[in-house]
Design a protein. Sequence first.
Length: 136
Amino acid sequence: MTVRYLTPTGMTQPAPYHHVAAGTGATHIHVAGQISRLADGTPASDGDLAGQVAQALRNTATGLAGAGATLSDVLRLTFYVTDWEPGKIDEFMAGVERVAEEIGLPLPLPPASLIGVDYLFEPGVLVEVEATAIID
């Protein structure tokens, strides 16, 4: 196993993610920000945060697979969400939960950050996901 997830005593619990990941391995994989687009560039979920989260995570899983990794090899996820407010957490997590089993995403999540931004590179893009993984 190249990645071990931890939430040491004394860190905030419960949380929908682990606070720490320890990784061993020789190959580092960095997946650039993925959005809710199909392989041909077609938007997959207009205006639907949960749907965009799910598709962006599918695309992240595809990128990892291309490098020989899975979501179980992820050390860290970073989510950028437009116009973030705490009231959006249920819709955000619904997107995560919708796709977790399908793509092998461990729950609780690997260490993750959710960063609110004013906008992303194109109107209508609500979420972007980056991943860092490690494999032997």
